[in-house]
Design a protein around this ligand. Structure first.
Ligand SMILES: Cc1cc2nc3c(=O)[nH]c(=O)nc-3n(C[C@H](O)[C@H](O)[C@H](O)COP(=O)(O)OP(=O)(O)OC[C@H]3O[C@@H](n4cnc5c(N)ncnc54)[C@H](O)[C@@H]3O)c2cc1C
Length: 460
């Protein structure tokens, strides 16, 4: 039997942690603390520890282990959907771990596990440095890095997880350890792609890259031109060097008064590009798309900070359902099938259908890589709908299913950070990687104390 929330509330538990930092159902701030980025996710853990320091984490881990509870690390709740039931779980919320230390000469950064990308990217940019963040400034560096991390520079520099140089982590025995290529290298390997299955991360160190400026921006086309734009985009991909990463999307902006006039309530087909190189080279590489005559062209030489919000991801939590697949060998017929599912006249109820060009360093395994060394496929597809009622739920569900059916024959795998629902994580890894992850789990967490968004059980 696990300890109920009531017993926790009334017992002198978690000694050493200030009671204000231990939230249980009914505590002031409970609903805010259990909130997730996806408003459809209803997190109901046994308790939430708003950890102030490593000692709070150690105390919680020991307490949970002794009582048969589980522990789950959370920094922002951006990927809370896959966790499933939390009825036997204490969430350790690390959002208070806000240290940021930048060694500009060494191109190294150290952050606390609660730091979001927006808290470090602008500071790096001022120093002429770029990090491997993704599309959303308020995603947490912790979950992003533990699961992989596919950002604008990924074709050149790979996944963020393989630029991590060290983690500090509280393991199942309640000790805080530092792990890197030399210290506890198996654990270091497993954390880089095996996510939150191995402990509660308190700090992360990673490499950043010396780019003072990049050529980046977006072309906005009318939504109605989606077919021709996506065909041109697909044809462009094989011609591109690793220095250029391009994404394409259909975007239906909500009628949100906070949005600028040209976006509010409008629909577009958008092609983005980020090029590590000169304006002339970038313009030439993107010419096949620009020659289609976009309505708006925002491309310019920009400091790395501008990449933070380039994708225009929503910042405020919202209710959403999503689907995701990695695709390979998409043919012109495949693009047509996708456009039939999402284009004008399809009736699709989706806010976003996004395709990211992969390949390059995302496909090259290095000797020093972690468990998530590469991602298979040429295109990452992510779709999202925002249902407001039961009928909207059904429409979004139908639309996402139609997108997956249209692209099914090109499916080659998953990127776990884009999987927003409970899933069988064995499908996310090569069989040998999965077995090694399970063996390392059995060494460091044999009783499966740590509950991650995508579960890796200990080897039998
Ligand atoms: C709007 C949006 C945009 C995104 N854009 C991108 C993108 O461009 N590229 C990309 O690769 N991904 C992207 N993602 C996916 C993102 O990488 C995942 O959602 C990621 O898990 C978020 O990490 P988090 O720490 O913010 O979220 P959380 O929900 O707090 O954490 C997710 C999981 O990470 C683990 N975890 C987090 N903190 C700790 C910790 N301290 N110790 C141990 N485990 C921990 C846990 O298993 C947790 O369940 C995006 C997601 C959203 C919602």
């Amino acid at each position: 039997m696990t300890t109920s929330a009531r017993q926790l509330h009334s017992s002198p538990f978690l000694p050493g942690i200030h009671p204000d930092r231990v939230l249980v159902p009914g505590s002031p701030g409970w609903d805010e603390a259990r909130g997730a980025f996806n408003l459809l996710v209803d997190q109901r853990p046994v308790a939430i520890v708003m950890a102030a320091d490593e000692n709070d984490v150690r105390v919680t881990v020991r307490y949970a282990r002794e009582r048969g509870l589980r522990v789950s690390g959370q920094s922002t709740g951006h990927n809370a959907g896959p966790l499933g039931s939390l009825e036997d779980t204490i969430i350790v919320n690390v959002s208070g771990f806000k240290e940021v230390t930048i060694d500009a000469d060494a191109h190294r950064v150290r952050v606390g596990a609660g730091v979001r990308w927006e808290e470090v990217v602008p500071r790096l940019s001022e120093l002429g440095l770029a990090a491997l963040h993704g599309s959303s400034p308020d995603v947490g560096i912790a979950g992003y890095s533990l699961g992989g991390g596919m950002g604008w520079l990924a074709r050149k520099h790979g996944l963020q997880t393989n630029s991590v140089t060290a983690f500090e982590v509280v393991t199942a025995d309640g000790h805080l350890i530092r792990t890197d290529q030399i210290h506890e290298p198996d654990l270091f390997w497993a954390l880089r792609g095996g996510g939150g299955n191995y402990g509660i991360v308190t700090a992360i160190e990673f490499a950043v890259y010396p780019y003072a400026e990049l050529y980046a921006g977006a072309y906005f086309f009318p939504f109605e031109r989606v077919r021709e734009v996506l065909h041109a985009w697909r044809e462009l991909l094989p011609t591109l060097p690793d220095e250029l990463m391009t994404w394409a999307a259909v975007l239906h902006f909500p009628p949100d008064p906070a949005l600028p006039d040209e976006l509010r309530g409008r629909s577009y087909t958008v092609v983005w590009g980020v090029h590590i190189g000169s304006e002339d080279e970038g313009r030439e590489l993107m010419a096949p798309i620009r020659d289609l005559g976009p309505l708006m062209d925002t491309f310019a030489m920009v400091p790395p900070a501008e990449l933070g919000d380039l994708a225009m991801d929503p910042r405020a939590p919202l209710p959403f359902r999503s689907s995701h697949d990695l695709l390979d060998g998409v043919t012109p017929q495949g693009i047509d099938a996708l456009v039939d599912a999402i284009g004008p006249g399809s009736g699709a109820n989706v806010a976003l259908v996004q395709l990211r060009h992969m390949g390059g360093a995302l496909a090259r395994k290095t000797d020093t890589a972690g468990a998530r060394a590469t991602l298979p496929g040429e295109i990452s597809l992510f779709s999202l709908g925002v249902p407001m009622d039961a009928e909207g739920e059904r429409e979004v569900h139908r639309s996402l299913a139609a997108i997956q059916l249209a692209t099914k024959r090109f499916k080659t795998g998953y990127y776990p950070n884009f999987v927003e629902e409970p899933a069988d994580a064995s499908a996310f890894y090569e069989p040998a990687t999965w077995e090694r992850l399970r063996e390392i789990k059995s060494l460091y967490d044999p009783s499966d104390l740590f509950k991650a968004n995508h579960a890796i059980p200990p080897a039998a």
